[in-house]
Design a protein. Structure first.
Length: 393
């Protein structure tokens, strides 16, 4: 399938004769030099990237990096100076005003930093607003708005006014308003930046939980690296209007492409970013319920371990047995391991962060997928070694 969003060599220059600045960029001049020579402001410089359907892509950078300008080019709230922008294989830079309005109504939902709620409207009426503009019948738009409010956890608040809500709740209304029109793409511009730190973290968690249910394509703008690392499937990093690196959170942290990126990420706690799947070791020996204690002991002796994981024939984790327990059974000639299987083995998902692994009091930790199938094993030493290796590389 083609990407849902494709940005191809997009420029945005503010000022007259913007094409002159584009030519200067192509000749290798930088943003500041162009400003000094021409008084033209370069907002975005030769940006190219793709967003897959259902992906949560974060565009991040400091103030003035061009991230919000880029976002507004994507739905043509700001007209690009040059380049192409494809939405589902349609080059929207070629659309008429009427076609563009129709595409925005169908494809895009937008969530702003400052909530942008209408104070004289109730929560329900604010949520209906986009549907009202589309002239959706009253009963239908009310039901869609109620469904969206329930989705963001605001069922029961429909008749309240914005002033009666906390900042986090107001932002949920903004998100519900965007979701109510059922857009294919959500554009979120510094959506959580105005919130207190605690509420901001809660909203990040809510967004991730929501995304697991609705699977929208989300383009999220932020200046906060921790936020980008937490919520992004991939991150686009910008500086002075240019994209300087695109990668997963782990790639950004462990393989910075430029000194700027390296400086940006140097103080990040890797334990909050590296995943269990990236540091796990293959479980080189496992045993099965049908195996007797002597078989289990033989497998443990071969690789020098004192505990072995027990799985079924589909490699679904059942538990573990210890060498001491197996020795006791062998001495009593008990043929089955069933009575000594310890079923409280700590587990993590491959995508969980290492700090979640550290939260476990017991090691080793089994890495399992959604169907409880064993993917690997983590020991405490492997966590420490991975952190040391990534930091020194």
């Amino acid at each position: 399938m083609p990407p849902q969003i494709k940005v191809e060599n997009v420029y945005k220059v503010f000022g007259r004769d913007a094409g002159r600045a584009v030519r200067m960029i192509e000749e290798g001049l930088g943003k500041e030099e162009i400003m000094q020579k021409t008084r033209l402001a370069v907002g975005v410089s030769d940006a190219s990237f793709e967003v897959e359907k259902g992906e949560l892509l974060v565009v991040m950078g400091l103030s003035g990096s061009g991230k919000s300008t880029l976002l507004r080019c994507i739905n043509r709230l700001i007209e690009p100076t040059a380049g192409k922008i494809y939405i589902d294989d349609v080059d929207i830079t070629q659309l008429s005003e009427k076609e563009l309005l129709a595409l925005r109504a169908k494809k895009f939902g937008m969530v702003f930093q400052r909530f942008a709620l209408l104070p004289h409207r109730t929560v329900l009426q604010n949520t209906e607003f986009g549907l009202e503009i589309q002239r959706v019948p009253v009963a239908e738009r009310e039901q869609k708005a109620r469904n969206a409010l329930e989705l963001v956890g605001l069922k029961g608040w429909e008749d309240n006014y914005p002033e009666q809500l906390s900042g986090g709740m107001q932002q949920r209304v903004g998100l519900a308003r965007a979701l109510a029109i059922d857009p294919d793409i959500l554009l979120m511009d510094e959506a959580f930046s105005a919130l207190d730190p605690l509420i901001r973290r809660e909203m990040q968690d809510e967004l991730l939980a929501l995304q697991s249910r609705v699977h929208k394509t989300i383009l999220f703008i932020t200046h906060d690296l921790d936020e980008a690392l937490k919520i992004g499937d991939r991150i686009v990093m910008m500086k002075d209007g240019r994209i300087v690196q695109i990668g997963t959170p782990e790639e950004i942290l462990t393989e910075p492409a430029t000194p700027y990126v390296e400086k940006f990420v140097e103080d990040v706690n890797l334990a909050k970013v590296l995943t269990a799947g990236s540091i796990m070791h293959k479980a080189s020996a496992v045993t099965f319920p049908k195996d007797g204690p002597k078989t289990a002991l033989h497998k443990m002796k071969e690789i020098g371990i004192s505990n072995i994981l027990v799985v079924d024939t589909d490699r679904r984790l059942i538990g573990q047995v210890s060498a001491d327990g197996a020795i006791q059974l062998a001495r009593k000639n008990v043929p089955s391991l069933e009575s000594i299987i310890q079923r409280d083995v700590p587990t993590v998902h491959p995508e969980e962060r290492i700090n979640e692994v550290f939260a476990e009091e017991k090691f080793p930790v089994a890495v399992v997928d959604e169907k409880n199938r064993l993917k690997g094993l983590i020991i405490r030493g492997a966590v420490l070694a991975a952190l040391a290796e990534k930091r020194s590389s």
